[in-house]
Design a protein around this ligand. Sequence first.
Ligand code: 5AD
Ligand code: SF4
Length: 454
Amino acid sequence: MRAHVITYGCQMNEYDTLTIHSELVAGGHEIVDAPQDAELILLNTCAVRGKPVEKVVSLLGDLRKERRRGRDLTLALMGCLAQLDEGQAIARKFDVDLVIGPGAITDLVPALDAVERRRSDAHASAPGGVERLHFRDDLVDHITPPPPAGTQTGFLTIMRGCDHHCTYCIVPTTRGPEVSRPLEAIMHEARAMHDSGVQEVVLLGQNVNSYGLHDPTLPSFAELLRLVARVGIPRVKFTTSHPMNFTSDVIDAIAGEPNVCTYIHLPVQSGSDRVLRRMAREYRRERYLEIVREIRAKVPDVVLSTDIIVGFPGETEDDFQRTVDLFDEVRFEHAYMFIYSARPGTPAHTHFDDMPREVKTERLGRLIERQKHWALEANRRWIGREVRVLVKERAKDGHYVAGHSDQNHTVLVPADQVRRLGLHRVRVDHATPHTLYGGVLGEREGAVELRLAS
Ligand code: 5AD
Ligand code: SF4
């Protein structure tokens, strides 16, 4: 079949989409770029908050209309939503043919055959589609081929699942317990990316610092980081980290390996110990600050970002102020800030939550303002300095090309100064809270031709 995958959510899902592509191609299917050309549409979904679920429901509504108008289309629901009762109910409502959980991707092709058999079996009477919801052991061994030539950033999953049980989070249910991928599989993918000219590899996991914790034959995350760094890809990034497992050896590896990016995403979720306890985060504010102090002392020019949940049930104004204070203390360069979204099936879902929506929105607004203030101050310190920028695509408005620095700043440079994708030396001349602007000083060897036609 001609297949098209639509991806929602995190980078883990983007990597899973590459695995889905490779499974489909190995099974004799063809990947098409445009959804309207597809006979099979697969939705690789996210369930971490309510919004991404709403998006999937709305798209499924549109696709159902097209089918009713006579379009011959097979539909598959995949990713985190597929694993939940909520997702399975949605799949039934919209006549989805195939529901595949994130741990069962390698069952996709046989499950598609089962859908075909069902269709051709005149006696098939059971309603609903084909479901594969178990967590397969072989998924961690599955080798994802390197991305197509010219790709600048490669995603590499090193572990799957999560053993933490933060009370707001659906991920342990959707992605199952932590499993580390074998070292050989990771190194194989890293070398293949290096050989195909990838300029930046992002090591992925729900909790990358837990790598190897459950298997004594595997290296620790810090050791793995050093091994991957020495493959020679110009940049190595990783996400996401849990403060609980963010040990000194990881900080030393970042400080010691020149191609490991000096950008660390370290979700704190709240600055209040009372809220952290109710979220079942296993650290407290002071421990988090201790880690930040060690990072800042050992890694010069490090850029820190975090995740925050505003309006967790029972969060008082006082608790919220502790989060604002934490921002004033850490001065995060970047933060992903979310209003709490109750997810059915999580422990916090049953918490009494009587905080009006306006209070949550107002708190979020205040925090965003605070963060902007510190981000602008931090970004201004880069004016006049040289940064190394990876340009991956042309900017949409055509005047600027966007790239990312080694510290993960978004950097815009005039489009007419950039003839190739890849790494560039850029002098920063202007800063806003979210963006640095600069001029190109030179290209790094190995950059590939930019396709201006797009
Ligand atoms: N509501 C709001 N934000 C959430 N996150 C996870 N679960 C929820 C939820 N129920 C946020 C956390 C996490 C990020 C990926 O998403 O901040 O770090
Ligand atoms: Fe969710 Fe917590 Fe696991 Fe992150 S560490 S995936 S927030 S349960």
